[in-house]
Every structure is written in structure tokens, then in C-alpha cells.
Design a protein around this ligand. Structure first.
Ligand SMILES: CC(C)(COP(=O)(O)OP(=O)(O)OC[C@H]1O[C@@H](n2cnc3c(N)ncnc32)[C@H](O)[C@@H]1OP(=O)(O)O)[C@@H](O)C(=O)NCCC(=O)NCCS
Length: 196
């Protein structure tokens, strides 16, 4: 059952680590609906759950989950720039690639390479890997609140990037309104940045 959100309801923020198993499962379900075309969603529920469990324990991620009356309604995952990938991350990358590689078209592989080199070359402090809100709670300021929760205690000039699909016009409008500026666009990918 979805509770109608109103201004009397409080939005609380927790880290992934603080969630119980059923809340983690609800996030996985939400992820599949909110980002159906992402490689992570295509890798299946089991891998996605594995991913969220691993992120919860990974110290290079900062995570916030918006909760209203016990129900998870939105998620943001920010990954600090690290000079090397942890072993678990490399294993996971291979797992995702091996489950998706047959479904992947040439341009998807090309896009992954573009993103990889962009991230390698550009100077940034963190990358927002995932941000979504439960569709029943769209346009209530939750996405904006999740972003300010994660960025609020960062130092001045903290530079964060993220990428989204060029066809995602909601993301385009949302990120522009919360202060992101485009830094790269090709036929399918848009990369935007925000400086604190
Ligand atoms: C993008 C998303 C996170 C926005 O979350 P949200 O909680 O609905 O957004 P908010 O209510 O905080 O809106 C913040 C601003 O964006 C604008 N915005 C949000 N959705 C919009 C839409 N569909 N069209 C135009 N503007 C929109 C709001 O008007 C608001 O602007 P304002 O501050 O001037 O009033 C949400 O739509 C979502 O989860 N989409 C699916 C997943 C996705 O595409 N994620 C991003 C790509 S990685």
C-alpha cells in the first residue's frame, strides 16, 4: 500500500548499512522499476541485491535512503574517487559484464569505454552512481532532498559528476534545476557536474 505523502509526513535519511533485509529488497525492486535499462537491472535481482549489500559495506561509497513512515522511497549512492578499484569491485564488474555481454550491443560497449576514459581523465571528487525515487513519490522534492543530504557536509569546491541517458528528459530537467551543468554530450550519454 502506498501512503499519500503530505507535508506532515517526515522524510528520514539512513545509510544503506542501517537498513534491514526487507528494506534492502524493496530498494532492489524499486531500482528495477526506476532504472529498467541499466546494466545492473539487466543483471537480475540476485546480482542487484549482491551489489547493494557490497555497496553498504564499501567505505568509498556514501549512501542515503529516504524513508517515509518505514517505507523506502528514494536512494542516492555517491562514490568517492579512489585511485584503484577494490578486488570485490573488479569481481563484480566481471560478473555484470559476463551476465550482460550477450545482450549488449556494440554501442553499449563503446559507451562504457567512453565513460571509463572520461572518469579516468577528468578531475572530480565523487561520482553519483545511482539516484532514483519511487515513482509514487515523484515531484515532492525527495530527489532534491537526497542530493542535498549527500552534498551538504562536503567542503567548498567539492566536484561531483554523474551521467544519464540522453533520452531521459526527466533527468535532464531535474539535474539542471538542482544546479548541474553539462560537461559532455554524445549521441547517448550526457555527463553533468556540480561544484559545491
Ligand atoms: C529524476 C528523479 C530522481 C527526480 O526525483 P523527484 O523527487 O521527483 O524530484 P524533485 O521533486 O526533488 O524535483 C526537483 C526539481 O526537479 C524538477 N523535476 C522533477 N521531475 C521533473 C519532471 N518530470 N519534469 C520536469 N521537471 C522535473 C522539479 O520541478 C523540481 O524543480 P524546482 O526545484 O524548480 O521545483 C526521479 O524522477 C526518478 O527517480 N526518475 C527515475 C530514475 C532516473 O531517471 N534517475 C536519474 C537518472 S540517473
Amino acid at each position: 500500500m502506498v501512503l499519500a505523502y503530505n507535508s506532515y509526513m517526515e522524510v528520514n535519511f539512513y545509510s544503506l548499512e542501517e537498513l534491514n533485509e526487507s528494506q534492502l529488497n524493496s530498494i532492489v525492486q524499486m531500482h528495477m522499476i526506476a532504472l529498467p535499462n541499466s546494466a545492473l537491472s539487466n543483471s537480475g535481482i540476485k546480482n542487484l541485491l549482491f551489489f547493494y549489500r557490497a555497496v553498504a559495506k564499501n567505505s568509498s561509497y556514501l549512501t542515503r535512503v529516504a524513508i517515509i513512515e518505514g517505507r523506502c522511497v528514494g536512494v542516492i549512492l555517491l562514490k568517492n574517487k579512489t585511485s584503484f578499484l577494490k578486488l570485490g569491485e573488479i569481481q563484480f564488474l566481471f560478473k555484470i559484464l559476463s551476465t550482460n555481454i550477450l545482450k549488449m550491443k556494440f554501442f553499449m560497449i563503446y559507451d562504457l569505454i567512453v565513460l571509463f576514459f572520461y572518469r579516468f581523465l577528468v578531475s572530480y571528487d565523487a561520482w553519483i552512481e545511482i539516484l532514483f525515487v519511487d515513482e509514487h513519490y515523484f515531484n515532492l522534492g525527495i530527489g532534491k532532498k537526497l542530493f542535498s543530504e549527500i552534498i551538504s557536509n562536503k567542503e567548498n569546491n567539492f566536484r561531483v559528476f554523474l551521467n544519464y541517458n540522453k533520452k531521459n528528459l526527466i533527468a535532464e530537467s531535474f539535474y539542471r534545476k538542482i544546479g548541474f551543468r553539462k560537461t559532455f554530450v554524445n549521441r547517448r550519454i550526457v555527463i553533468v557536474s556540480y561544484t559545491n
